[in-house]
Design a protein around this ligand. Structure first.
Ligand code: SF4
Ligand code: SF4
Length: 84
């Protein structure tokens, strides 16, 4: 990956993490992760497996990035769930 692209990706990731509302979600488990599971460079959680509701629909990132799925923590990033 070109350095410029890597920087862009990192900036986007930081934007996603700063807006992410996962820590307020009933399904969230605190194992030291920061959320942002919808983002391809982050993806699935290493500890969340039980789906007890998903508040992604109310997250600013959801609209901003045109997301269409839910439960990114247990099912994988938007990209993974879209299968592209
Ligand atoms: S859409 Fe969901 S996983 Fe993505 S940043 Fe928002 S709350 Fe986190
Ligand atoms: S991805 Fe959805 S279900 Fe998982 S912690 Fe974030 S808001 Fe909750």
């Amino acid at each position: 990956m070109k350095p410029a692209m890597a920087t862009e990706m990192e900036e986007k990731k930081q934007m996603v993490l700063s807006l992410c509302t996962c820590t307020q979600c009933p399904s969230f488990e605190d194992c030291g992760e920061e959320g942002g599971y919808c983002f391809p460079a982050i993806g699935k959680s290493g500890c969340i497996t039980v789906e007890e509701g998903c508040i992604c629909g109310g997250c600013p990132v959801y609209e901003k990035m045109g997301l269409e799925h839910l439960y990114y923590c247990s099912r994988g990033s938007e990209k993974e769930q879209t299968g592209t």
